[in-house]
Design a protein around this ligand. Sequence first.
Ligand code: XIL
Length: 457
Amino acid sequence: MSTAHQRRSGLRRAGTRIRKVVAAVAVGAVTAGGLVAAAGTASAQTTLGDAAAAQGRYFGTAVAVDRLGEPDYTATLNREFNSITAENSWKWESLQPSPGYFDFSTADRIAEHARQQGMELRGHTLVWHSQLPSWVENIGSADELRAVMRNHITTVMEHYKGQVRSWDVVNEAFEDGSSGARRNSVFQRVLGDSWIEEAFYIAHEVDPDATLCYNDYNTDAWNTAKTQAVYNMVADFVSRGVPIDCVGFQAHFNSGNPVPENYHITLQNFADLGVEVQLTELDIAGSGASQAEQYAGVTLACLAVPQCTGITVWGVTDKYSWRAEDTPLLFDGNYNPKQAYYAVLETLGGSGGGGGGDGACTVTYEETERWGDRFNGRVTVRAGDEAISSWSTTVTVHPPQRISATWNGEASWDTSGNVMTMRSNSGLPAGGQTSFGFTVMANGNWTAPILGSCVAS
Ligand code: XIL
């Protein structure tokens, strides 16, 4: 069989071990409110990607090409994640805006970044009713639409053949609500129900080694009509040998689609059909401890299912989220790790994190005050599981910014004057925290400073 199949078998074996570990910390408690984190160890991983890898999984994010020029964005991306999904640039309207005219120039920057950083790629998405150019929407002939769908899938998959671990072959083909019906897209209208399996057959022909996914949202709660409809389709595909390898759960959560109490049951039921499951676009509206507990619950649900091979969050920072007003991601607008970040990291068995250097302490930044010409920043220093007797970290400002005052630490500067090292010999107890502050003269640049690693002794 295909490499995808062999890879799935391997993951199943790895998953057996994971299941035991998770069982030891009470799988029964996977609920939105029931945070159960694996205990950190001395050698625990300090990034999401490394911690997930230690559990035999990937941890990815959606990436917007335009943001790659922002140093904090790229630093956070490169440090924390080991898989990338293009947020928009691999969609049909971007890749084939007019008939037969393919433009991979922007899309290739995503692939190039992944290659340089040794990250995996998720291909999103081949056939979808949205972000679809109007020339496709207007096709009325079945023969023509079938040929166009074949050409698009073939050209895009050939271009990235060997580089993409999983493809979202078909995205969002079902209606919301209680009908369980197929969505009324041009593909559905013109080709009828068979269009979905036709897409999978074409994709399998082009790249038999890729993991081929059906991807959708609002499919998290087991008993809803939409979840059941997708499940029945996948069960039917598997029983008839349609080449589907995986189901992607977008996992966009908010008050209208809350994290279900028994999310792992939904994931396991799908996995029991013989497919891999992946959380492909995770974001959870909210903040603070409540958001953190929900993120931990979702992470634990994936860990509880051996065939759940990875999690992708739908963006790096709240400020660029497609739902920015929901602050649904793991890093705030200044790239500070949020409580949700620590909850995910710890659930994956990691500790420290957030860019913290030796794991013995971590630092986070927030802007506390702003005037017409300057702002105050505060850095919170937290000790890990053990007491520390001193700590230091760096704060790098963006010229022509200048730091004009500091408090609660001993500051020194490099020769450029842009990098301040702050240290203190006042120790911290295990889990303890302190903070230092500074004033930045903006001189026209209001970008948040970049924090270095926290180093303790
Ligand atoms: C979203 C992007 O995040 C936005 O930037 C864009 O304007 C619309 O699409 N389901 C999907 C994703 O499969 O492709 C969508 O991404 C979010 C919902």
